[in-house]
Design a protein around this ligand. Structure first.
Ligand SMILES: Nc1ncnc2c1ncn2[C@@H]1O[C@H](COP(=O)(O)OP(=O)(O)OP(=O)(O)O)[C@@H](O)[C@H]1O
Length: 469
């Protein structure tokens, strides 16, 4: 991490600003004065410039160069000079409050401005240390956050299975990072140059599933006006990730097993056996062994897929990663769009530690994103996160309400899966109205589609996802 140096980006050419800059030469600062917005960004790119200095005029509606819109500029620690803060517009005062380290009103003597600049530099250095501390919780190879023993164990397992070209069964509760794990295995494997394709087995309509997986020949059935290659064939030399494998209908399980045993496919209506070199990774949040016992999943297919296993831990099993994860998503969303929110309040961090996270990391993604939109202050509160503070209860003692919440959450998730994520049908099965179900989905942070909450893909996408509704 680069050490913050004594470099200032000064914006604007107001005479009071110029006079201050001249006097600042006594204090060993280097001052850049860009002529354009692009030059300002290029200075930030080339130099370790962390402090902004501007003079805000009374009739200025926004800071010069629209700093509100430019994330690079908002990342500067701004010191703003004004004539009289009471004469500024509400908008200008809000900008100072939201984005600036400090302001100084006239008389503008260089000594007091220098004190503020020193403070801003100190803050930049603190931020570097904080960033380094947060980065320490990330596994950059796998693009995963968390450095607790359970996560370290997961990383070791991912590395081990990535080096072997055999099927892997990834198990874990919903939202624990099964797809992310599958992508990491692919990226670390010798197949990384090939495609990574995802099929959500639970979302494929029964009538289309065969043709989506195996493809079809022209004229194979009504409407098959063109030859179509299936996703298995399209995954040649790469990895096919079969998500929610437990939802694959029994007749399709037979076909999949045949493919895994022969590594060849027949397109629907085709007579030619086509060899395909694909590695299959499968994931499930249900207990497949139980499904085998109940006759819902083929035992031979289970053993074929279960050559290597990886288990993604529930978030409540590694609560020490909650804060680094929350900070990671906060930074991810703030780099998408600059925000005036600075981070989480201490109380929010405490409440997040107490929360059970039934929807695991996906629930956290949703809560953090929503809180950044809802937050009206500098720090995100428990209310912004939609989490109530639970006083006096340790994480290990469940209150009746917590038990009810967990049961409610599980029942909703199961109903959604059974009803192919159709809210109306799931609501009917649960004997509640659709509106009530939406309210409960919101309350528990459950994503009704299971995977549609993504904003930023975690890996550059050479992948294709089939999710038909
Ligand atoms: N260790 C992690 N570090 C950073 N982000 C993570 C981590 N684990 C999961 N995520 C993020 O959490 C979200 C859910 O992860 P993912 O889709 O991989 O979970 P899943 O177990 O496949 O979920 P589902 O069972 O609902 O399909 C994604 O946005 C993913 O990027």
């Amino acid at each position: 991490m680069m050490e913050s140096s004594r470099q200032i980006m000064a914006i604007g050419n107001h005479s009071a600003l110029q006079a201050t800059i001249e006097e600042l030469s006594h204090y060993d600062w280097s001052v850049f004065q860009p002529d354009s917005f692009h030059e300002a960004l290029s200075i930030i790119g080339k130099h370790d410039c962390r402090i902004g200095l501007a003079f805000l005029e009374e009739d200025t509606a926004s800071l010069p160069l629209e700093m509100e819109k430019a994330s690079e500029l908002t990342a500067l620690h701004w010191v703003v000079l004004v004539e009289d803060v009471d004469r500024l517009s509400d908008k200008a005062r809000d900008l100072i409050y939201s984005y600036c380290f400090a302001y100084r009103a006239a008389p503008l003597d260089s000594r007091s401005v220098n004190v503020l600049l020193e403070g801003a530099l100190g803050m930049a250095k603190l931020q570097d240390r904080y960033d380094a501390y947060r980065e320490g919780h990330q596994n950059h190879d796998l693009r995963m956050v968390g450095d607790t023993p359970v996560m370290q164990h997961l990383y070791r397992t991912i590395h081990k299975v990535a080096s072997v070209d055999a099927p892997v069964l990834i198990t874990g509760e919903s939202g624990t990072g099964k797809e992310l794990t599958a992508r990491a295995i692919h990226e670390l494997s010798s197949r990384r140059q090939g495609p990574f394709n995802v099929v959500n087995c639970g979302a494929l309509p029964a009538g289309l599933i065969q043709s989506e997986l195996f493809g079809h020949e022209k004229g194979a059935f009504t409407g098959a006006s063109q030859r179509k290659t299936g996703i298995i064939e399209n995954s040649q030399d790469g990895t096919l990730f079969l998500d929610e494998i437990g939802d694959l209908p029994l007749d399709m399980q037979v076909n999949l097993l045949r493919f895994l045993e022969t590594l060849t496919v027949f397109r629907v209506g085709g007579l030619k056996e086509i060899p395909v070199d694909v590695r299959v990774l499968a994931a499930t949040h249900v207990d497949l062994e139980k499904a085998v016992e109940k006759g819902e999943f083929r035992e031979d297919l289970f053993h074929r897929l279960n050559v290597l296993q990886v288990q993604t831990p529930a978030l409540r099993e590694h609560p020490e990663d909650i804060e680094p994860l929350a900070n990671f998503f906060f930074r991810r969303f703030s780099s998408d769009k600059p925000v005036k929110v600075r981070g989480f309040s201490h109380e929010s961090l405490v409440v997040m530690r107490q929360h059970r996270w039934p929807g695991n990391i996906r629930e956290m993604v949703n809560r953090v994103r929503r809180s950044m939109i809802m937050c009206e202050h500098r720090l995100i509160s428990p209310t912004d996160l939609g989490l109530e503070r639970r006083n006096g209860h340790s994480r290990d003692t469940d209150t009746l309400q917590q038990v009810r919440d967990t049961a409610e959450c599980e029942a909703i998730k199961a109903a959604l899966v059974r009803n192919k994520h159709k809210v109306l049908h799931a609501a009917r099965e649960l004997s509640i109205s659709r509106v009530t179900l939406y309210r409960l989905l919101e309350k528990h942070g459950i994503d009704r589609n299971g995977s549609s909450d993504e904003t930023t893909p975690d890996f550059p996408s050479t992948s294709k996802t089939i999710q038909l509704t």
